[in-house]
Ligand binder design. Structure first.
Ligand SMILES: *[C@@H]1O[C@H](CO)[C@@H](O)[C@H](O)[C@H]1NC(C)=O
Ligand SMILES: *[C@@H]1O[C@H](CO)[C@@H](O)[C@H](O)[C@H]1NC(C)=O
Ligand SMILES: *[C@@H]1O[C@H](CO)[C@@H](O)[C@H](O)[C@H]1NC(C)=O
Ligand SMILES: *[C@@H]1O[C@H](CO)[C@@H](O)[C@H](O)[C@H]1NC(C)=O
Ligand SMILES: *[C@@H]1O[C@H](CO)[C@@H](O)[C@H](O)[C@H]1NC(C)=O
Ligand SMILES: *[C@@H]1O[C@H](CO)[C@@H](O)[C@H](O)[C@H]1NC(C)=O
Ligand SMILES: *[C@@H]1O[C@H](CO)[C@@H](O)[C@H](O)[C@H]1NC(C)=O
Ligand SMILES: *[C@@H]1O[C@H](CO)[C@@H](O)[C@H](O)[C@H]1NC(C)=O
Ligand SMILES: *[C@@H]1O[C@H](CO)[C@@H](O)[C@H](O)[C@H]1NC(C)=O
Ligand SMILES: *[C@@H]1O[C@H](CO)[C@@H](O)[C@H](O)[C@H]1NC(C)=O
Length: 379
């Protein structure tokens, strides 16, 4: 406890003053180690505590700089991208108090919804935590089990309740600072994945009175900084790949941060959910094997054109059988340009996986999303 309190003070002193970490949030704690490195298959989560305070706004909406973003992605009945943000990642004088929700819902019987909501972002920290822009909310409970979205835009009403199967959060820790995505501490870029594997259900009511039941897999990613994307970063990419066979459901997440001097930071997560026999969305056990940052011995990612291949070595708990994901990026799901010209593109991801299960290597299928952010050209 003493260690924790003093490290909070030490960390806070070295970061930009506009950052106001929520009481109870784990960002910036140092030093931390690789959270899971195949030293055991841990039932989630006794290392990365499911810390629901981490999902709250960490940039005060009234501060005069900084940005923050919650990227919500669903793969299922329709692809759905919801981007809640305050401030702007590529324009330093954009005020955090300006909130925005980008909404993309593709192929609702041939119709695509691409729209946005603008207004002040507010939040409430109670037993139920809520982020709102107008009547549009994300709310979650103190145990970080349910993350529920309600949204009304352009005559559409969306209700999407997400149960987080892993009960785990993924925090990269560049330089051994919890939640940090950059090697430079001030202004640092922070991020975490509050929902590595969510199961969403709900409905979408359309302006022409259809009421469509929704079902899918969800990831929520949270990133923020006390400044516009700092000049030492060129961009980043991130992906979730959900692999499945008849016996297991794996979740692989990665972050790659490209620094302007050529350094690339890589952070990766690999967890598994075992379904109740005959079910696809009720899990009898969940566990995590890898959550590592900048560890070239444990994580290998290679990219060539639209192909991304990943391997993670096996260890005694996997009978020395390694994991592989061979993936291809496909069509563009959505593309967004920040006020300052920074560009984010989301692509579909599919492919194959080979993973240890029950003492042998088992084949599976992969699907997910790949996100790429590039800073404005003229920076
Ligand atoms: C792997 O994790 C275990 C348990 O947390 C730790 O004791 C060990 O030092 C770690 N090894 C590496 C290489 O990070
Ligand atoms: C997590 O739980 C496993 C057993 O379930 C135990 O071996 C390990 O030491 C625990 N790790 C921490 C950091 O408590
Ligand atoms: C739209 O799609 C939903 C779900 O696939 C279906 O139930 C509904 O009948 C479709 N409506 C129209 C007008 O095609
Ligand atoms: C989210 O929705 C689920 C399913 O309806 C409900 O059980 C849960 O209490 C809700 N949680 C919050 C925080 O809204
Ligand atoms: C790039 O910058 C980071 C942060 O200052 C530093 O840790 C790293 O060593 C640098 N890399 C190179 C190749 O200079
Ligand atoms: C849509 O159907 C759900 C039940 O599936 C119901 O709870 C909801 O009220 C309906 N919404 C509208 C706008 O009809
Ligand atoms: C990925 O693996 C495939 C074979 O499945 C290979 O053809 C391709 O060159 C590899 N790509 C990269 C970027 O390593
Ligand atoms: C896994 O590899 C280690 C180190 O090479 C070896 O000692 C061990 O016997 C292997 N275990 C299995 C189950 O093959
Ligand atoms: C991904 O899907 C496309 C078309 O749906 C297919 O052509 C491609 O082979 C798939 N990629 C992999 C790695 O399975
Ligand atoms: C990925 O490609 C490599 C190289 O061709 C191959 O050895 C491996 O079996 C492939 N893995 C998957 C999961 O398809």
């Amino acid at each position: 406890m003493l260690f924790r309190a003093s490290s909070v003070i030490a960390a806070a002193a070295s970061f930009s003053s506009v950052l106001a970490f929520q009481p109870g949030a784990d960002y910036g704690l140092s030093p931390t180690s690789n959270m899971y490195n195949c030293s055991g298959s841990f039932s989630t989560s006794n290392v990365t505590v499911p810390n629901s305070a981490d999902t709250l706004p960490q940039i005060e909406p009234l501060s005069d700089a900084g940005w923050e973003r919650w990227d919500f992605f669903m793969h299922g009945t329709f692809p759905i991208i919801l981007r809640w943000s305050q401030g702007d990642p590529s324009q330093c004088d954009a005020k955090p108090v300006v909130g925005n929700i980008d909404v993309v819902i593709l192929n609702i019987n041939g119709t695509d919804v691409r729209t946005s909501v603008v207004g002040p972002l507010t939040y409430k920290n109670g037993d139920v935590k809520v982020i709102s822009i107008g009547d549009n909310t994300i709310q979650w409970d103190a145990a970080a089990q349910w993350y529920n979205v309600t949204l009304c835009v352009d005559g559409y009403s969306l209700v999407l309740n997400t149960y987080q199967a892993m009960v785990d959060t993924f925090h990269p820790n560049v330089g051994r600072y919890n939640g940090r995505l950059s090697s430079v501490g001030d202004p640092a870029v922070f991020g975490s994945v509050p929902i590595p594997r969510g199961h969403s259900s709900g409905y979408l009511a359309t302006p022409d009175q259809q009421n469509i039941t929704l079902d899918g897999l969800t990831m929520l990613k949270h990133t923020f900084s006390g400044n516009a994307i700092p000049p030492y970063i060129n961009g980043y990419s991130a992906a979730v790949a959900w692999g499945y066979s008849k016996s297991f459901y794996d979740t692989h997440i990665f972050f790659q941060i490209d620094e302007a001097n050529g350094t690339v930071h890589e952070a990766a997560y690999l967890g598994r959910a075992i379904p109740v026999p005959g079910s696809t969305d009720i899990f009898q056990t969940t566990s995590v094997t890898y959550a590592v940052t900048d560890d070239t011995a444990l994580y290998h990612l290679s990219e060539n054109g639209n192909m991304i291949n990943v391997t993670l070595p096996g260890c005694s708990v996997t009978n020395n059988i390694s994991y592989a994901f061979n993936m291809t990026t496909g069509s563009v799901l959505g593309e967004f340009t920040d006020l300052g010209g920074g560009k984010t593109t989301y692509y579909t991801l599919n492919g194959t996986t080979v993973a240890p299960f029950g003492g042998s290597a088992v084949n599976g299928i992969v699907s997910g999303v790949y996100e790429v952010y590039r800073v404005p050209e003229a920076k």
